[in-house]
Design a binder for this molecule. Sequence first.
Ligand SMILES: Nc1ncnc2c1ncn2[C@@H]1O[C@H](COP(=O)(O)OP(=O)(O)O)[C@@H](O)[C@H]1O
Ligand SMILES: [Mg+2]
Length: 381
Amino acid sequence: MNRSGIYVNQPAGFKAFVPTSLPPHPAININENMQKLLWDATLHLARLDGMAYALPNTDLFITMYVKKEALLSAQIEGTQASLEDVFEFESGAKLENVNDVVEVVNYIKALHYGIDRLDSLPMSLKLIKELHAILLKGVRGAEKTPGEFKKIQNWIGAPGCTMKTARYVPPTPAEALKAMGDLEVYMHKKSVMPELINCALIHYQFETIHPFLDGNGRLGRLLITFYLYWRGILKKPLLYLSYYLKKNRQEYYDRLTLVREKGDYEQWVEFFLVGVIQTCQDATENIKRILQLRETHQALLGKRRISSPLAIMLLDKLFYTPLIRVSDVQREFKLSHQAASNLINQFEKIGILKEITGKKRGRRFVYARYLTILGEGTRPN
Ligand SMILES: Nc1ncnc2c1ncn2[C@@H]1O[C@H](COP(=O)(O)OP(=O)(O)O)[C@@H](O)[C@H]1O
Ligand SMILES: [Mg+2]
């Protein structure tokens, strides 16, 4: 028994962890280092959130960050898909790794769904289950009871491991249900603890309960953004930690383990806060780079005398769909094939677009400089 919970012998001959409900006792020790991280994280978060208001098109950034987050979060669990795959899939292309891409697309849907739903529904087990149903719809998740808490025992470890060789055996279904009820109560409590710390604790607790048969990692990471958004700490859903968690995956797992084994919540909270700081810095930097790129290319269109309203609209569209075909442009702007092709050729000539198939038919063009900024860190493992 330690501060975070206890291993309980089960009649079936294994031990399952039963987490103590939040908040920890004794309370989180906010020492000087943690206090400093907390200040920094709060400052950076406010800066990022403030930036969202100054942006000409916040929705674009949210749309793009949601895509990137979905991809990275799924990659943490081994999904093999790239950002290009996601754009290709969205444009209707047929892909070989369609199951992997559908996982990402489901995640994107769940993120948008949650953000909308939080306007009318509080953070709750109901919402968590709704999100899970979307996340695991179809493909591989189907036998993993989407939208329902586990009814049989689960465990975490290397692929193919048994309960005996598992790295971690979470609470039994009955204990998990009770723990989830407590977690819901905790999320609703007026707390004196800084919300960023609460958020870190909630993610830890959710992963430790592992209430679903699958999808716990992905759902727990969704909760981070949703919790902060729901609490009004973020006015716009712009904070996504998966890049940081993917980069430091082993450490992420090890630190969750350390809370469980030693009751040391503080080291997890600090790791989480560092993640918030780095993520905000990355996001602010990326937003600046994207805005700069847009300005550069708008100016380039002007300089090369391609600045018809249509050309400017195409440039804007590329920020939403950086992979396109002539037929996409034709459809979007109601142009003839020839006119669409001419417009794209102009963009290609001045180096904004690049053809990637090398073929005469079914040509596809990529807005490479943009995709490079957006795609940082998204190579599949
Ligand atoms: N030692 C651990 N203790 C608690 N949670 C862990 C531990 N190791 C990994 N996890 C969490 O479990 C997640 C994987 O659980 P899983 O249900 O398979 O989620 P997903 O299907 O989204 O991959 C990881 O992303 C991580 O958040
Ligand atoms: Mg999994």
